[in-house]
Design a protein around this ligand. Sequence first.
Ligand SMILES: C[S@@+](CC[C@H](N)C(=O)[O-])C[C@H]1O[C@@H](n2cnc3c(N)ncnc32)[C@H](O)[C@@H]1O
Length: 230
Amino acid sequence: MIIIISSRGSASLGGGLVVSVRGERPPPPAAAAAAAALAPPPPPSAAMASPGLERALARRDGSSGLRLGQRWAGGTGCVVWDAALVLARFLEKAAEEEAAGPAGLPLRRKAALELGAGTGLVGLMAASLGANVTVTDLDEVQDLLKMNIENNRHLITGSIQAKVLKWGEEVSDFLPAPDYILMADCIYYEELLQRDFDLEKVPLEKHDEEYRSEDIHIFIIRKKKAIFPS
Ligand SMILES: C[S@@+](CC[C@H](N)C(=O)[O-])C[C@H]1O[C@@H](n2cnc3c(N)ncnc32)[C@H](O)[C@@H]1O
């Protein structure tokens, strides 16, 4: 079984269960936008995370949770997107429901692969819920991703590692296939998925009560079974 969480883009990692979230990019804070426009980008070594630009996500019970470093400047992977917040909290809620009965999404001791992980929020949440996670993204965000893993290691009850994975390239390093593939804000054209995958939309009332929006959708996606003519 594979889970993918995503929004726009494409995924080509085989079948299973896919969870997809689509959201809009949060506007940068005015001060951040001004700073980014005026200041030259810092050299890469200084750009691992920008001071004061940390994103925290408390646990559902209100206790302190994951803290993610972000950057003022860089590609799309250097900030936490709203879809990731929604998906991370959904995973936490689903894990609670799984603990209470068979209705939830079992993560403990499951293998999960996150594509386009960015700052790593979703994968870190899954690892804090007991999954064995590989978070992947382009080479340019690995420093930030690895720093966020180290800064949250005390919350991990499964395991987590970061690797480079560019979509469309060789995936043999990632075999055997994980139980879940997770993606947040990476797939932009739902129609492209419909050809090869069955999409199950998670109703809004199943999302976290606080981190939800009519504009952000979660899908559980399963690869269609091949039908051969008799
Ligand atoms: C909109 S961001 C979402 C980041 C994170 N999942 C979140 O929701 O906060 C899209 C992510 O996809 C990654 N990405 C874009 N093109 C990619 C490619 N060809 N291969 C792998 N990752 C890619 C970017 O580096 C970025 O981290």
